[in-house]
Design a protein around this ligand. Structure first.
Ligand code: SAJ
Length: 431
C-alpha cells in the first residue's frame, strides 16, 4: 500500500492543520471544503481560522505545491473526513439533543464519486457510536461497483476506519504529532492502512481497536472531562452556600495523592466537551444517568452566575441608596470559551454577558484582550474597553475567563469594586 495523495474533506479547525501536516511531509494533499471563501483563502497561502503556527505551515505547503484546496473531491489514495457533527434543533428545552450527521453523509456521498479500488476512507469527526458503519453504508450505496468491509471483510476494495481527532485548540500542531492516535478500522487491514497514513507525521503510538470502540473512546474522553468539571461546578455552588472558598477547598483536597478535582467556572463551553456527551446520552438515555446529570449541572452554571450578578446588584443598591439599577455599571472580564484564545463560539462567558445586557443596568462594559472589535450582534448593548477603564468606571466586575492579563491585575486595584470571580483568580484560595 502507498498513500501518496491524501484528500482531507472539511478544512476547519481539525482538517486544515491535518492537511498542512501531511503536506509538510511532502505528501500531495487535496483539501476539500464547501466554503469557497475558505478554499480561496487557503489557495492564496492564508488561513481562515486562528491556530498558532498554522499560518506559516499552510503558506509553506501551498507555496511548495503540496497543498491545494478545492470545493469538490478529486481522486486520491486516502480520504480523511473532518466535517462538523452538530446537533439537530431541539424540540423543547428538556429534549435530548440528537446529532446531525448530514455533513458526514454529504461528505461521504461526494467522496464516493471518486473512489477506486485500494482507497482508504477515514472518519475523523467526533461521532456517535455506529456512524462509521453508517458512513460505509452510504459509500456502498453510492458505489455498487466497489466492495466495502461490511460485506467483504478483509477482501474489500475500499477500506474504512474511524480515527478520532483528539487535539486541544491552541496546541493543535504539537498535539497532532505527539498525541497517541486511536485507530478504529472496520477490519484489521483497514487499521493497518490507517496506521500507514498517520505514521507520516504521528510520533505518538497508533493504538488499534475497532470502529465502534474508537467512536466511544473519543466520546468517553470528553464526557469524562465534562463529568469531572460538573463535580467542580457543583462544589462551587455548595461552597457558596456554606461560605467556603471553593478554590482553597479544591487546592486542599487535591493535596491527597489520589484526588484530582478540576476547576469550576462559569459553565462549560467550546464545540466538544459540552456537545459530545449528548452523543452518548441520545443513544442510551436510560443508561447515561450520570453523564446526563453532569451536562445539566454544567449547563445550569451560567444561570447561577447571572443570578449571582443580580443579587450583587441588589446588595449594591441597598448600600448605595442614592442610586438606582440604571446607575449601576457592570464590567465583564472575558468573552472567550476558555483562557487565552479569541474563540467566542459556544462560550458561557459570552452567553452570560449577552443575558446581562438584557437586564437594563446602567452600562455594560466588556474586557476581552484577545479581540479588537466586538461582534456586530453585541455592539449596541455594550462597550469593549481596557482593563483599566473597566476597573475605574464600574461598580461590579464579573470575572468570566481566566485570561493571563486578568491574573496580573493587582488585588489592591479592585478594592473599590464589587467582585464576582467565577474562576478564582482574584479571590483564589491560599496555596
Ligand atoms: N473547563 C472548566 N474547568 C476545567 C477545565 C475546563 O470549566 O477544569 C472548561 C473550559 O473553560 C471550557 C471547557 O471546559 O469552557 C472546555 O475546555 P477544555 O480546554 O477542557 O477542552 P476543549 O473543548 O478545548 O478540547 C477538548 C479536549 N478534550 C479533552 O481534554 C478530553 C481536546 O483534547 C479534544 O480534542 C477536543 O475537546 C475535541 O475536539 O473534542
Amino acid at each position: 500500500m502507498s498513500f501518496n495523495t491524501i484528500s482531507v474533506i472539511g478544512l476547519g479547525y481539525i482538517g486544515l492543520p491535518t492537511a498542512a501536516m501531511f503536506a509538510s511531509k511532502q505528501k500531495k494533499v487535496i483539501g476539500v471544503d464547501v466554503n469557497q471563501h475558505a478554499v480561496d483563502t487557503i489557495n492564496a497561502g492564508n488561513i481562515h481560522i486562528i491556530e498558532p503556527e498554522l499560518d506559516a505551515m499552510v503558506k509553506k505547503a501551498v507555496d511548495g505545491g503540496f497543498l491545494r484546496a478545492t470545493t469538490s473531491p478529486e481522486p486520491a489514495d486516502a480520504f480523511l473526513i473532518a466535517v462538523p457533527t452538530p446537533f439537530l434543533p431541539v424540540k423543547t428545552e428538556s429534549s435530548i439533543p440528537e446529532p446531525d450527521l448530514s455533513y458526514i453523509e454529504s461528505a461521504a456521498k461526494s467522496v464516493a464519486k471518486v473512489l477506486k479500488k485500494g482507497d482508504l476512507v477515514i472518519l475523523e469527526s467526533t461521532s456517535p457510536v455506529g456512524t462509521t458503519e453508517q458512513m460505509a453504508a452510504w459509500l456502498a450505496e453510492e458505489r455498487p461497483d466497489l466492495t466495502f468491509p461490511q460485506t467483504h471483510g478483509e477482501d474489500s476494495d475500499v477500506r474504512v476506519a474511524h480515527c478520532p481527532e483528539r487535539v486541544l485548540p491552541g496546541h493543535v500542531i504539537r498535539e497532532l504529532v505527539e498525541n497517541d492516535r486511536v485507530i478504529g478500522g472496520m477490519t484489521d487491514r483497514c487499521s493497518e492502512a490507517s496506521i500507514e497514513v498517520y505514521k507520516a507525521f504521528v510520533e505518538g503510538d497508533c493504538v488499534v481497536t475497532n470502529a465502534r470502540t474508537a467512536e466511544m473512546a473519543k466520546l468517553t474522553e470528553n464526557s469524562s472531562r465534562d463529568v469531572n468539571i460538573a463535580f467542580a461546578n457543583e462544589l462551587s455552588i455548595i461552597c457558596d452556600k456554606l461560605d467556603i472558598n471553593v478554590w482553597e477547598l479544591i487546592n486542599l483536597a487535591n493535596l491527597h495523592p489520589r484526588v484530582n478535582i478540576l476547576q469550576p467556572g462559569p459553565g462549560v463551553g467550546g464545540h466538544c466537551i459540552a456537545v459530545d456527551p449528548w452523543f452518548i446520552i441520545s443513544k442510551t438515555p436510560d443508561e447515561s444517568r450520570l453523564i446526563h446529570m453532569a451536562r445539566k449541572v454544567n449547563d445550569f452554571k451560567p444561570h447561577w452566575v447571572i443570578d449571582k450578578v443580580k443579587m450583587k446588584v441588589a446588595e449594591f443598591l441597598l448600600s448605595n441608596t442614592n442610586k438606582t439599577a440604571s446607575d449601576v455599571t457592570v464590567a465583564c472580564f472575558g468573552l472567550a470559551f476558555k483562557p487565552n484564545i479569541d474563540d467566542l463560539r459556544e462560550s458561557p462567558a459570552l452567553n452570560i454577558t449577552k443575558e446581562l445586557a438584557t437586564l437594563n443596568f446602567g452600562k455594560l462594559l466588556v474586557v476581552e484582550p484577545n479581540i479588537c472589535n466586538l461582534p456586530d450582534s453585541l455592539k449596541n448593548d455594550m462597550s469593549l474597553v481596557s482593563i483599566q477603564t473597566a476597573i475605574n468606571s464600574s461598580d461590579i466586575c464579573v470575572l468570566l475567563v481566566d485570561h493571563s492579563e486578568f491574573k496580573l491585575i493587582e488585588k489592591s486595584a479592585l478594592n473599590n469594586v464589587v467582585i464576582i470571580d467565577t474562576k478564582g483568580i482574584w479571590i483564589g484560595g491560599k496555596k
